[in-house]
Design a protein around this ligand. Structure first.
Ligand code: C5P
Length: 405
C-alpha cells in the first residue's frame, strides 16, 4: 500500500457517479495511515450516503455549512486549519467551475477558500463535458494556482460513452498523492520514459515492428513513481496497463515517439529511453493495401531519428539513461554505445535464452562513464527497482558535479 505520508486529509466528495469509488479511496487513505474527514456536497449525498463514509473513516461527515451541531463540535474554519492536505474526488465540472471562480456557497467550496494547504482534484465527468473549452479553461485557472489535477483517465463511462473523463482509480489517486508528498529517492523529479516497440507503416494494414513487450519501461515507470517522481511515459503499442500515477502518451511510430518526447522534454530531470525504436521506416508508406501481384517486393527504408542521441545532445538536457539489447559482445557494444550517444548511463541486456524481449525476466549490465554494475537475472519489476538504486547513486553524483561546476 502506498504510504502517502499524509496525516490529516480532507476528502471532498462532489456529485458524480464515481462518488461510489471514493468510498474505496477513503478506505485506502485510512489504511495508508491518514486521518480522513469527509465533506460532501448536497449532490454527492444523492449517490452515496454520509453514513458510508463515516463508517469507513471513523469520523463524522459534514455536508452543510449551517449545521449548528457540527459547527459547535468543529467549526468550518477549524476544519480548514485541521487539514494538511485537501483532495476533491470526484470533482465534477460544476464544482471545478465553482472552485475556479472562488464561489463559497456551500461548505466544501467555502473550505476550498479557507484552506491554505495543497489541494488536489480528481475530475470525473462525461467525455464531451471534459473536452468543453469552459471546463478546460477552469482547469487551467486551477492549475495556474497550483491545484494538482489528478487524471482523468480514458475508458468506458457510466453514461455509455467511451473516452477521457473517468475518474482515476482509487489506487492511482493514492500513487499520485504519494508522488506529490515529496518523499522517495526521486521526490519532485520529472522523469520522461519511452517504452515498447514502434510500428512503422508499410500500408494501411501492415507495419514493420519488433518484439519489445514494453515490460521493462513500464516497470521502470512504476518504480520511479514509487520513489516520488512525476512520470510521463511515451509508449508504443503494448498490451500493458499503465502503472498507477503515471501519465501515459500512446504513439505508434518512431516519428510520433520523437514528437511526443520533444513536446514533453522541457524541465525533465531524467530521460530513460527503454523503447525499442525502429531504426528504419518504410520511405513511402502506401496509401492502399499492397497487392501480391509481383514475385518480389522491395521495401525502401529510411533512417529514423535517434531520439535518445538527440536528447543527450541537448544543451542543459536531462540525465540520460539508454538501453541496449545485444545478442553478442554485450560489454564492448554497450560501452561503445554509451560513448557514441554521449549518455550518462546505459543498461545493456542480453537477448535470447528466454531473456530480453517478450519475457518477464532479464539481467542488466549497467555502465556509466566511471564504472559499471552487473544486476543478476530477476523479474523485470525487481530489476527496475535495482536499476533505480544504481541510477539514484549516480544521479546524485551527477547533480553534485553539475552544481559544483
Ligand atoms: O543504437 P541502439 O538502437 O542500439 O540504441 C538503443 C537505445 O537508443 C535505446 O535506449 C533506445 O530507446 C534508443 N533509441 C532511440 N531512438 C532510436 C533508436 C534507439 O531513442 N531511433
Amino acid at each position: 500500500m502506498t504510504n502517502t505520508g499524509m496525516q490529516n486529509l480532507l476528502l471532498g466528495v462532489t456529485g458524480g457517479i464515481s462518488a461510489y469509488k471514493s468510498v474505496e479511496l477513503a478506505r485506502l487513505l485510512v489504511v495508508s495511515g491518514a486521518r480522513v474527514r469527509v465533506v460532501m456536497t448536497e449532490a454527492a449525498t444523492r449517490f452515496v450516503t454520509p453514513l458510508t463514509f463515516q463508517a469507513v473513516t471513523g469520523n463524522p461527515v459534514r455536508c452543510n455549512l449551517f449545521d449548528e451541531e457540527h459547527e459547535a463540535a468543529m467549526g468550518h474554519i477549524e476544519l480548514a486549519r485541521w487539514a494538511d492536505q485537501m483532495l476533491i474526488a470526484p470533482a465534477t465540472a460544476n464544482f471545478l467551475a465553482r472552485m475556479a471562480h472562488g464561489l463559497a456557497d456551500d461548505l466544501l467550496s467555502t473550505l476550498c477558500l479557507a484552506c491554505s494547504v495543497p489541494v488536489s482534484v480528481a475530475p470525473a465527468m462525461n467525455l464531451h463535458m471534459w473536452q468543453h473549452a469552459a471546463v478546460q479553461q477552469n482547469l487551467s485557472i486551477l492549475a495556474s494556482r497550483g491545484v494538482n489535477i489528478l487524471g482523468p483517465t480514458s475508458g468506458e463511462q457510466a453514461c455509455g460513452d467511451s473516452g477521457p473523463g473517468r475518474m482515476l482509480e482509487p489506487v492511482d489517486i493514492m500513487a499520485a498523492l504519494g508522488s506529490l508528498s515529496n518523499r522517495g529517492m526521486f521526490a519532485g523529479k520529472q522523469v520522461l520514459i519511452t517504452a515498447g516497440s514502434t510500428q512503422e507503416t508499410i500500408d494501411p494494414v501492415r507495419f514493420v515492428g519488433n518484439r519489445s513487450s514494453g515490460k521493462m519501461g513500464f516497470a521502470l515507470a512504476g518504480a520511479f513513481v514509487r520513489e516520488g517522481a512525476e512520470v510521463v511515459l511515451v509508449s508504443g503499442p503494448v498490451v500493458l496497463s499503465t502503472p498507477p500515477g503515471v501519465r501515459r502518451i500512446d504513439v505508434q511510430t518512431a516519428l510520433q515517439m520523437h514528437r511526443a518526447v520533444f513536446d514533453n522534454i522541457s524541465n525533465v530531470d531524467i530521460f530513460a529511453a527503454c523503447a525499442a525504436v525502429a531504426d528504419y521506416r518504410p520511405e513511402q508508406p502506401e496509401e492502399q493495401k499492397i497487392k501480391k501481384t509481383s514475385e518480389r517486393l522491395v521495401l525502401g527504408m529510411v533512417k529514423n531519428p535517434d531520439i535518445l542521441a538527440e536528447v543527450a545532445a541537448l544543451e542543459d538536457g536531462p540525465y540520460t539513461l539508454g538501453f541496449a539489447a545485444e545478442t553478442e559482445n554485450l560489454a564492448e557494444n554497450a560501452r561503445a554505445k554509451l560513448l557514441a550517444k554521449k549518455l550518462d548511463m546505459l543498461a545493456a541486456n542480453p537477448v535470447g535464452d528466454n531473456l530480453g524481449f517478450e519475457c518477464d525476466d532479464n539481467s542488466l549490465l549497467v555502465i556509466w562513464p566511471g564504472g559499471e554494475k552487473q544486476l543478476p537475472v530477476q523479474n523485470k519489476r525487481k530489476l527496475a527497482q535495482s536499476l533505480l538504486g544504481v541510477l539514484g547513486q549516480q544521479y546524485q553524483v551527477h547533480v553534485g558535479h553539475t552544481k559544483g561546476s
